[in-house]
Each structure stands twice: as structure tokens, then as C-alpha cells.
Design a protein. Structure first.
Length: 297
């Protein structure tokens, strides 16, 4: 963006004047290639205030020719009137430019307010989703822990029963070796060996189920963490939108103040134009009266 200071604005205004144009906020911004009306307007007014105005009191009168005096006064008055009218037109254009910038800033404020409302709504949705995810993860963790505890109890019972069955089979085998007549007892204890195998299989199944429950618990916790991260990103976006909204509101207030000042200057310029037109009429009347008097003499 172009650097906006008094030297740059004054240089642009002088260049526009030399090219035959009228220095205004819009033309100066176009010449600079950018800038805010809020920054350009006071500098342009300062430049205009520093220019030497053409007044009848500044004209060097030729004491030898009264007609030349009248013509010079008339020309100066007409020039002053035109300058005042042009200044009024310039102030009007500047006021319209500032008003347009104010409307654009207000539109930006409305857009930022809409984005802020959407961000706040998104935060509320994310917070509810995070609460739901945390609640679901808590329930899942509780259920998983209960099932793991139950499986651990069952596993302990199964191990105990398996150990008893293995011990019974071992005792039966020893007794079989020692007493051939205990073959029937061995046969009776064989189902315990099969039961031990079944219990071992149940033990493996319980371990597998515990692993699956742990994986589901880890996934639920990961979902809760992702929801929390997303909520933090949305909150950061909300803070950024709030900062932009505050800046836009400050810009609107400044533009409104400049618009009031521009309107005041417009009133002053119009009064000056009116006074210049009145002065021109008086000069014309005086000149006509002087010419008429000269002819009668």
C-alpha cells in the first residue's frame, strides 16, 4: 500500500492540478495507488488550506487607469467565486468519498459480525460434540473396565479350575502307574483334561476381548482429543474475528467523524462561494456605476 503522508498527498495534489484535474480524496488515492480516505482527507484539507487564495486585496492596482482596476477587481472576484464553488464541489466529492468508505466499513463490520456469530455457533457445536465424545469415552471406558475386571475374575477362576483339572489328571496318571486297577478312575478324570483345554481356549478368548476393548477405549480417547483440538482452533478463529471487528468499528467511528468535518467544511465552502458571488455582484455594480459616471463626465 502507498505511504500516505503530507508530502505524498501534497505532491499528488500538485500533479493533479498541473494536469488540469481537481485534487480530491478519490483522485489523490488513485494517483498514490492506494490509501484510506480517513488518512487522505485531513492531509488534503491541510494542503488546500496552505494554498494562496486569490483575493481582491492581493491585486496590485494600477493607479493610472481606473478601468483596469475595475476589470482586475471584477476578474479577481469572479475567480474567487469560481474557486469557492470549485472548493465546495471538491468538499462535496470528498464528503461523498468518506461517506462511501464509511458505508463499506459498516458493511465489513456486518460481515465480521456474521462471521463471529457463525464462529460462536461452531464453538457451541464443537463444545457439545466434545462433551458427547468425552461422555461416550467415559461410558466406554467404564464398560471396558467392568468387562476387563469380569474377564480377569473369570480368567482367575478358569485358571484355578484348569490347575485343579491338571493336578487331578496328573494324580490319576501316577495312581495308574502305581495301581493298574485305577484305569477306571483315569477314564473318569479324562473329561477334566478336556475341560482344561476348553478353559485354556476361553482364557485366550478373554485375552483377545480385553485387547479389543482396550483398542476401542484408545479410539474413543483419540476422538475426544481431536474434538478438543478442533475446538481450540475455532476459539482462535473467534478471537481473530473479534479483533478484526473491533478494528472495523474504530474505522467506522473515525470515518463518521471525518464525514462530519467534511460536511462542516462543505457548509463553510458554500458560504464562501455565496460571499464571493455577492462580492462579484457588488463589484460589477460598482464598475457599471463608475463607467456610467465616466461617460457622463
Amino acid at each position: 500500500m502507498a505511504l500516505v503522508n503530507f508530502e505524498a498527498v501534497a505532491s499528488a495534489a500538485e500533479a493533479i492540478s498541473k494536469e488540469g484535474g481537481k485534487p480530491s480524496v478519490r483522485s489523490v488515492i488513485a494517483h498514490l495507488g492506494g490509501g484510506s480516505p480517513n488518512a487522505v482527507l485531513p492531509l488534503l484539507n491541510e494542503w488546500k488550506a496552505g494554498r494562496v487564495a486569490v483575493r481582491s486585496t492581493d491585486i496590485e492596482l494600477d493607479p493610472r487607469i481606473g478601468q483596469i482596476i475595475g476589470e482586475l477587481v471584477k476578474s479577481a472576484s469572479e475567480q474567487a467565486a469560481r474557486a469557492a464553488e470549485e472548493r465546495a464541489a471538491d468538499v462535496q466529492a470528498d464528503a461523498e468519498t468518506v461517506a462511501e468508505a464509511g458505508r463499506e466499513a459498516e458493511s465489513q463490520v456486518q460481515a465480521l459480525e456474521s462471521q463471529l456469530a457463525e464462529a460462536q455457533q461452531a464453538i457451541a457445536v464443537k463444545e457439545r460434540a466434545l462433551e458427547d465424545a468425552q461422555a461416550a469415552a467415559g461410558i466406554e471406558a467404564k464398560n471396558a473396565q467392568e468387562r476387563i475386571t469380569a474377564l480377569q475374575v473369570q480368567l482367575g477362576e478358569e485358571r484355578t479350575r484348569a490347575d485343579l483339572a491338571v493336578q487331578a489328571v496328573a494324580k490319576a496318571e501316577v495312581r495308574l502307574e502305581l495301581i493298574p486297577g485305577l484305569q477306571a478312575e483315569v477314564e473318569r478324570l479324562k473329561p477334566f483334561e478336556q475341560q482344561a483345554a476348553v478353559l485354556a481356549a476361553n482364557l485366550d478368548s478373554a485375552k483377545t476381548a480385553g485387547g479389543e476393548l482396550k483398542e476401542r477405549l484408545d479410539a474413543a480417547l483419540a476422538d475426544a482429543k481431536a474434538s478438543h483440538d478442533e475446538l481450540e482452533r475455532v476459539r482462535i478463529s473467534e478471537q481473530s474475528l473479534r479483533a478484526k471487528l473491533d478494528a472495523a468499528l474504530r474505522e467506522v467511528e473515525t470515518l463518521k467523524a471525518n464525514l462530519v468535518e467534511a460536511k462542516s467544511e462543505l457548509v463553510t465552502a458554500r458560504e464562501e462561494a455565496k460571499e464571493a458571488r455577492t462580492e462579484t455582484k457588488e463589484v460589477r455594480a460598482a464598475l457599471a456605476k463608475a463607467q456610467q459616471k465616466g461617460k457622463s463626465e
